[in-house]
Design a protein around this ligand. Structure first.
Ligand code: GH3
Ligand code: MG
Ligand code: MG
Length: 433
């Protein structure tokens, strides 16, 4: 839990803050006195101090100075004051407070601050696991980097003294800190190389060079940011975090894209490929089979009397049957077979390199598996009729039509059976391409 210490004389104002913090599940304790506040800091894990300017036993300024001198100097301090003068603000910021908030705006701004802080904590946790590479030819500079990272508890950092050793390591890092003046490579060469190998990584160029051409040069080569040396450690860490944020955002976008890509080709109910993707894959597989002179067979499969299942058990039971049939089909396939939902209760399976007998054997395996599944689920009996066709000199549409014709024969011959048509048995004109 995030804990706030509020040092304030007015009991009424304390009550107001207490109320809004409890609503947000933020821990709250308060006092009007500096002495008591220092005691609380020693005893409990406080994440944020909020102080007024006038206190029972002294001023806010004295209190802030005491915190700074003591063991809790790293806890952020926010000042709330009814007096909003520039002088007071300046004085408080010079003491190192993170924010100065006029009393009228206090609650909203405080909650904003705390939320930002909680997000920052999440980022900090991720930063601990982020792989960082530092490249600098100066030992003292490397030591300076190490000191800052150690200070922030970031240990997953590798340090390199020259470009060759970094590239030879062939390891991907999320963040690269690259000195742009190096003996063996130019910074631009290194950045170019890293960007080529690991386009998702964030590259931060670091240098004492101030010339605009050098800075714009590295940024144009692909660096995401530039940090001027010598750097202030707080600003430095803020830049590293900004880099990490871009990196994580990029990853998230990539993940979402992959998810969308998957959705575009998948049938929502059965999770098999959808009609469009199935058709595209069939065209691809046909041209491959023709190019390499390989066999190709497909199965068209249709659930028997599916309308009856819907009518007597309801549409949802029908949907469950579709899912179960799809699963069964999926479980019968080899790695290279491709199954999709062709339409309502019709499925197509593409079997690369299979002749008509192999196609027939797979169709029968699936048909029998579905037949035995029917008795297990909802006590429903589910059977399918299958038609197999082997590729002749035709296109995707022609092949599907023949598989469909075989399936129709299976229906005509009493359902729950498989019919086939080999390439050699295919007579008559091919459909126009
Ligand atoms: P046949 O043995 O001749 O194939 O008979 P059938 O009843 O299976 O064939 P028909 O084409 O008459 O009916 C198919 C039914 O499938 C009608 C339609 O409502 C149902 N259906 C299509 N898509 C879905 C779906 O996504 N969910 C459910 N529950 N039913 C569907
Ligand atoms: Mg049917
Ligand atoms: Mg049908």
């Amino acid at each position: 839990m995030y804990n706030v210490l509020h040092v304030e004389r007015s009991a009424a104002f304390r009550k107001v803050l207490h109320g809004s913090f409890s609503d947000q599940d933020i821990g709250y304790c308060s006092t009007g006195s500096i002495a008591e506040a220092l005691g609380i800091l020693d005893q409990s894990g406080i994440d944020l101090i909020i102080t007024a300017v006038e206190l029972d036993d002294g001023t806010g300024e004295e209190f802030i100075k005491k915190i700074g001198e003591g063991p809790h100097g790293k806890i952020p301090v926010i000042v709330i004051s009814a007096n909003d003068s520039i002088e007071l603000r300046k004085k408080m910021y010079s003491l190192g407070v993170v924010d100065f908030i006029p009393k009228s705006l206090a609650i909203e701004k405080l909650l904003n601050y705390i939320n930002k802080f909680i997000l920052d904590e999440e980022l900090n946790a991720k930063l601990g696991e982020t792989r960082i590479a530092v490249l600098d030819d100066s030992r003292s500079e490397l030591a300076a980097f190490k000191m800052i990272f150690d200070d922030y508890g970031i240990t997953s950092v590798d340090y390199f003294g020259n470009g060759n050793s970094l590239l030879a390591a062939e390891k991907e890092y999320s963040i690269y800190l690259i000195d742009i003046i190096l003996p063996d490579y130019s910074g631009e060469q290194i950045i170019y190389e890293i960007k080529k190998r690991y386009p998702k990584s964030v590259i931060i160029a670091c240098s004492s060079i101030e010339h605009e051409n050098a800075i714009s040069g590295v940024l144009m080569t692909g660096a995401n940011d530039f940090i001027q040396k010598p750097f202030n450690s707080v600003v430095f860490m803020a830049r590293i975090k900004a880099g990490l944020r871009s990196y994580l955002l990029y990853r998230e976008i990539e993940r979402k894209n992959a998810e969308l890509q998957e959705m575009v080709i998948t049938d929502g109910l059965t999770k098999l490929y959808n009609h469009r993707h199935l058709y595209e894959r069939l065209e691809e597989e046909i041209s491959k089979a023709k190019r390499f002179k390989k066999n190709l067979s497909i199965i068209m499969l249709d659930i028997d009397h599916f309308k009856l299942i819907n009518d007597s058990h309801g549409h949802q039971a029908g949907d469950r049957v579709l899912v179960a049939v799809a699963e069964t089909i999926h479980n019968c396939l080899r790695k290279y077979d491709i199954a999709g939902r062709y339409g309502g209760e019709e499925f197509v399976i593409i079997i690369p390199e299979a002749d008509i007998e192999q196609g027939y054997a797979l169709a029968e395996r699936i048909r029998l598996a579905i037949q035995s599944l029917g008795s297990q689920r909802d006590g429903l009996s589910v059977t399918v009729s299958a038609g197999v066709a082997e590729l002749a000199e035709e296109n995707a549409l022609g092949l599907i039509e023949r598989a469909d014709a075989s399936m129709y024969r299976a229906k005509q011959s009493g359902r729950n059976r498989t019919e086939k048509q080999a390439a050699a048995d295919h007579i008559g004109p091919d459909p126009a391409p």
